[in-house]
Design a protein around this ligand. Structure first.
Ligand code: SAH
Ligand code: SF4
Ligand code: F3S
Length: 456
């Protein structure tokens, strides 16, 4: 029986994986208030941009996108349809009401710790602009309705779950401690319950998320703080949950128990994203990273002792204030020495309100671009070397995504390499052995080596 037209929403996501997860949870909050998901912003009564503030470019995108949405709103108004525009995420938190001053088309600004209040905020925003950017004492996760099994299935077999949020590290370049607030962890029991619900609906892989996920210290059943290793151990007991991953970690919080988990927990995939940012101690100090190059190298040594085949990934910033050619050469040498399977690299972007933006010795943009290109070439070579070492191996691949090409499905190896094979939609969610071969100079392709349907 129809209850009349439902209101619809559309969320566009920028930024990190936590924003992807938050966008899904905003959907859950809105579904609880009777909103349905629209396929495009043109069809939505409520359009939300879930934004990222990490670099200037990311933040600027928001304003050009708001301009585009204002156009959509005008066209909808001509058809007699009303549209609300909301800005959520880290730009919302960082800029608050300035957003409405600069972009009057915006009706609602909601920070990452307040989106569980969306239904109420949206109702208020229909009358006047609303800004909700406090860090409320209550835990938003206790207020978010659980998604239905149908919604979980539509989101796919690989899911994110936030277990920790915020950061107390205050690296001098980074806005995250200001946009996400202080470090906090969800209780073990709540996370396990969420994971069970996901697995019951067909999820096979869960990536635990946190800005500083290995600082996790949520309460266990006995009321004591649990480590991330303990949490992973609990999750590994869930039948049907084939793969576990976690991101992002800080080198200072990799404890022995977590390193041991990489040896002992079969479901924990041999892949670790462990950003170092620079190979120069001088720069690391100026960045307030609280670790040295040698500390990082020794740590990687211990992790490789526990799990020799682990694929390593990292983040790098080039052109931090005061970075000399010599400092940069040390980053290049660190990358070669470690042998990353993949890595992300960025030009330093001075962010308002962070100590780095005030430092003397800001680097010229062209020099940053040159250094970035040189670093990316070395990282690309490392990725190709890692892939080449997999040539001829047969690895279990979790098929998690359709592709745009008919008869091709996409999956990931334990090392997080994406592999596209010939196969039908029906293998989605299965883990099948795939024989890998190099596809050109850099990437891998493969062929399934067992009959389809043999679930493992
Ligand atoms: N919480 C994660 C990462 C946060 S942001 C962590 O601690 O590792 C992801 C990456 O963006 C960072 O690792 C860093 O390499 C990069 N980044 C952060 N602030 C930046 C800035 N101001 N300019 C350029 N890159 C930045
Ligand atoms: Fe930002 Fe540093 Fe915290 Fe990572 S550890 S979120 S880079 S302040
Ligand atoms: Fe961006 Fe906020 Fe994530 S600044 S990287 S969306 S934590």
């Amino acid at each position: 029986m129809s209850t009349g037209p439902t209101r619809t929403y559309f969320v566009k996501t920028y930024g990190c994986q936590m924003n992807v997860y938050d966008s899904e949870r905003m959907g859950d909050a809105l579904a609880g208030a009777g909103f349905g998901a629209a396929d495009s912003p043109e069809d939505a009564d409520l359009i939300i941009l879930n934004t990222c503030h990490i670099r200037e470019k990311a933040a600027q995108k928001v304003y050009s996108e708001i301009g585009r949405l204002a156009g959509i709103r005008r066209r909808r108004a001509e058809k007699g349809q009303k549209t609300l525009i909301g800005v959520a995420g880290c730009v919302a938190q960082a800029e608050g009401e300035e957003i409405i001053a600069r972009a009057p088309a915006v009706d609602l600004v909601v920070g990452p710790q307040s989106f569980h209040r969306l239904p109420e905020l949206v109702a208020r925003a229909a009358g006047e602009p609303v800004v909700a950017t406090d860090f409320p004492a209550e835990d938003k996760f206790n207020f978010l309705p659980a998604p239905s099994a149908k919604t979980i299935r539509a989101r796919g077999v690989s899911a994110f779950v936030t277990v920790q949020e915020g950061c107390d590290k205050f690296c001098s370049f980074c806005v995250v401690p200001y946009t996400r607030g202080a470090e906090s962890s969800r209780p073990v029991e709540k996370i396990v319950a969420e994971a069970r619900r996901l697995v019951t609906a067909g999820v096979r892989e869960i990536t635990l998320l946190g800005q500083n996920v290995n600082a996790y210290h949520g309460q266990n059943a006995g009321g004591a703080p649990a480590t991330l290793a303990e949490l992973l151990g609990q999750l590994a007991q869930i039948d049907g949950l084939a793969r576990l991953r976690y991101t992002t970690s800080h080198p200072r919080d990799m404890d022995d128990a977590l390193i041991g988990a990489h040896r002992d927990i079969e479901q924990l995939m041999p892949y670790l994203h462990l950003p170092v940012q620079s190979g120069s101690d001088r720069v690391l100090k100026a960045m307030n990273r609280r670790h040295t190059r040698d500390f990082y190298l020794a740590l990687i040594g211990r992790i490789r002792d526990a799990r020799p085949d682990i694929a390593l990934s990292g983040d790098f910033i080039v052109g931090f204030p005061g970075e000399t050619d010599r400092d940069f050469a040390q980053t290049i040498s660190l990358v070669s020495q470690i042998g990353y399977a993949s890595a992300y690299s960025f030009k330093y972007s001075p962010r308002p309100g962070t100590p780095g933006a005030e430092l003397a010795g800001q680097i010229d943009e062209t020099l940053k671009a040159d250094r970035l290109a040189e670093l990316q070439a070395v990282i690309g070579k490392g990725r190709a070397d890692f892939n080449r070492a997999c040539h001829g191996q047969t690895l279990p691949v979790l098929f998690d995504r359709a592709t745009k090409i008919a008869g091709k499905v996409s999956g990931r190896t334990p090392y997080n390499q994406t592999i596209i094979v010939t196969g039908g939609e029906d293998i989605r969610g299965e883990i099948l052995p795939v024989a890998l071969t190099m596809n050109g100079q850099n990437s891998l392709c493969g062929q399934i080596v067992v009959p389809q349907g043999a679930r493992r």
